[in-house]
Design a protein around this ligand. Structure first.
Ligand code: THU
Length: 160
């Protein structure tokens, strides 16, 4: 038996002011998208903004449904639209923000497991890393240099 250690590295920015101008602008678009989320059941609003290599920015937010599992997270709403509209354009980065109507989120809120799996598909397809910036409503912003860094031991086409 041998033990295997898997490590992930994140960069932490104290707040949005520490971000570069371009990343801050992307996060601002995620915030605008978050404010248009349709989340009447969870009251938890999530926004995503995706920067493509052609300069386009695709935004999305969570869309809930009375039949709860029929809803979709912000990240997948946005990335599936990007995949549908620009199938051959690489994704450079994503900015994510999550805010609750019940309390002020001030910790970086990472994408859920299902969204990580969905983003991983595109990162593997394009053969280049997708940078992921994520935050709550206020406060610190975390950056992962790739999706793979957020999803160790990922399941992908290599095992099919
Ligand atoms: N949600 C997202 O949009 N992204 C995530 O990564 C986590 C959760 C949404 C789904 C649901 O509408 C609400 O947040 C509460 O789970």
């Amino acid at each position: 038996m041998k033990e295997i250690k898997i490590e992930s590295t994140l960069c932490l920015f104290e707040n949005m002011d520490e971000l570069s101008e371009s990343v801050s602008a992307l996060m601002q678009k995620a915030i605008t998208a978050r404010k248009k989320a349709y989340a009447p059941y969870s009251n938890f609003n999530v926004g995503a903004a995706i920067l493509l290599a052609n300069g386009e920015v695709i935004t999305g937010n969570n869309q809930e449904n009375a039949a709860y599992p029929s809803g979709l997270c912000a990240e997948r709403t946005a990335i599936y639209y990007a995949g549908a509209q620009y199938p051959n354009v690489k994704i450079i980065s994503m900015a994510l923000t999550a805010a609750s109507n019940n309390n002020k989120t001030s910790q970086p809120i990472p994408p859920c497991g299902a969204c990580r799996q969905a983003i991983a598909e595109y990162e593997i397809k394009q053969e280049s890393p997708i940078e992921i910036y994520f935050m709550g409503e206020v406060g610190a912003v975390a950056k992962s240099g790739s999706l793979a860094n957020l999803l160790p031991l990922g399941f992908d086409k290599a095992v099919l």
